[in-house]
Write a protein that binds this ligand. Structure first.
Ligand code: PMP
Length: 396
């Protein structure tokens, strides 16, 4: 793993940095930065429209990026891979274009990130769809008495919680959804960087994830959609690239995925994402997961031994995320203390306010692990938490 860490220039520039906020966004390896720089320096042109060579080359690379994503999630066809800006936009696209009417039920879980919650609330207000909730147990696992009904048209659920790290039982949920003919959308933002995802084996209808959490550039995300689902959805944005024939009065549209990619796409970011996914596959998702879980388990054990420390989310097999509070220590004070020691963690409501309230707090601290973290990172983090919590308690 030392070699893996060496592939990330951020640690050459900041050798003192302990970065434990990869669940928010991950740093980029040389391979991604080089791919971006090469594209802009050597191959840059627009895609789809022109017949000069550099444009054809850029189009080829853009297509290769889509094919790389297809393989990464084992989609059946590249036509099922839509490029978006991020997970948020992928979920938004489904919420705006999936056929839902007044009275239809959308099933969410209490684990959801705001990205997979607010779009559905907006739709409930505008269209009168009804939101139903899968409950969370005290250890962060889902209560599997799933409130499906004949009116359930869609389940929108996270694969891995960004707060508790819970890995949700997608196959079980899909099985129940099929009984009532509901579609399943999975928010894979926290799963795609850490576990291999096979959308066909999971038999889900939609899968959303962000490039920037998978060591890729910002500004690129993915929406996987089963072909028949995407075919049934109208475009969200109108403009160039998504049309077939345009007359003054009306237009016809391209088939997916282009139907959902209006305007000049983020070609460079797609190429950067391709490099990131190749990088991740070369590290090996299983090897990465094993390493990250080793760091998670050391950190969790050590945190548990700190007086007043409470860990939010202890479900078995969780993702590499540990969220915690310490009695009498405000998470923001702790994070500021850690920052002075060059240790970056995330604090606050973690974009999941209802979930934190479910666990009885408004704010918490979160450390999350990625392939470039080391045991020394964990040691420095724990020692700083111990010392920082002590100092903060004395100063109160
Ligand atoms: N869902 C989950 C579970 C997340 O952790 C995040 C990012 N924190 C998102 C959705 C949103 O991702 P993005 O900001 O890249 O759209």
């Amino acid at each position: 793993m030392k070699q893996v860490r060496d592939a990330f220039p951020i640690f050459r520039h900041h050798p003192e940095l302990v970065y434990l906020d990869s669940a928010a966004t991950a740093h980029k390896p040389d391979a991604v930065i080089d791919a971006l720089s090469q594209f802009y320096a050597k191959d840059y042109a627009t895609v789809h429209r022109a017949i000069y060579r550099s444009s054809m080359r850029a189009t080829e690379l853009y297509h290769e990026a889509r094919e790389t994503v297809r393989r990464f999630i084992n989609a059946d066809s590249v036509d099922e891979v839509v490029f978006t800006r991020n997970t948020t936009e992928s979920i938004h696209l489904v919420s705006r274009t999936f056929d839902l009417k007044r009275g239809d039920e959308v099933l969410l879980s209490e684990l959801e990130h705001h990205s997979n919650l607010v779009p559905w609330q907006m739709l409930a207000q505008e269209k009168g769809i009804v939101l139903k909730w899968i409950k969370v147990l005290d250890n962060g696992a889902l209560d599997l008495s799933l409130p499906f009904s004949e009116k359930t048209k869609l389940v929108a659920i996270t694969h891995v919680s960004n707060v508790t790290g819970t890995v949700t039982p997608i196959q079980e949920i899909v099985r129940e959804a099929r009984r009532v003919g509901a579609a399943v959308l999975v928010d894979g933002a926290q799963a795609a960087p850490h576990m291999s995802v096979d959308v066909q084996a999971l038999d889900i209808d939609f899968y959303a994830f962000s490039g920037h959490k998978c060591y890729g550039p910002t500004g690129i995300g993915v929406l996987y959609g089963k072909r028949e689902r995407l075919m049934a959805m109208p475009p969200l944005q109108g403009g160039g690239a998504m049309v077939d024939r345009v007359d003054f009065e009306k237009s016809t549209y391209q088939e997916p995925p282009l139907r959902f990619e209006a305007g000049t796409p983020m070609v460079g970011s797609a190429i950067g994402l391709m490099a990131a996914l190749h990088f991740l596959l070369s590290v090996g998702l299983n090897r990465a997961a094993e390493w990250e879980h080793r760091l998670l388990s050391i950190a969790t054990n050590r945190l548990e031994s700190i007086d007043g420390c409470r860990i939010i989310g202890t479900a078995p097999g969780k993702g590499p995320i540990v969220t915690f509070t310490i009695d009498g220590v405000h998470p923001l004070d702790l994070a500021a203390w850690l920052d002075c020691q060059n240790i970056a963690i995330r604090t606050g409501h973690l974009c999941a306010q209802p979930l934190l309230r479910r666990f009885g707090c408004e704010a918490a601290a979160r450390a999350s692990f990625a392939v470039y973290n080391t045991e020394e990172d964990v040691e420095r983090f724990i020692q700083a938490v111990q010392k920082g919590a002590g100092e903060i308690l004395i100063s109160r």
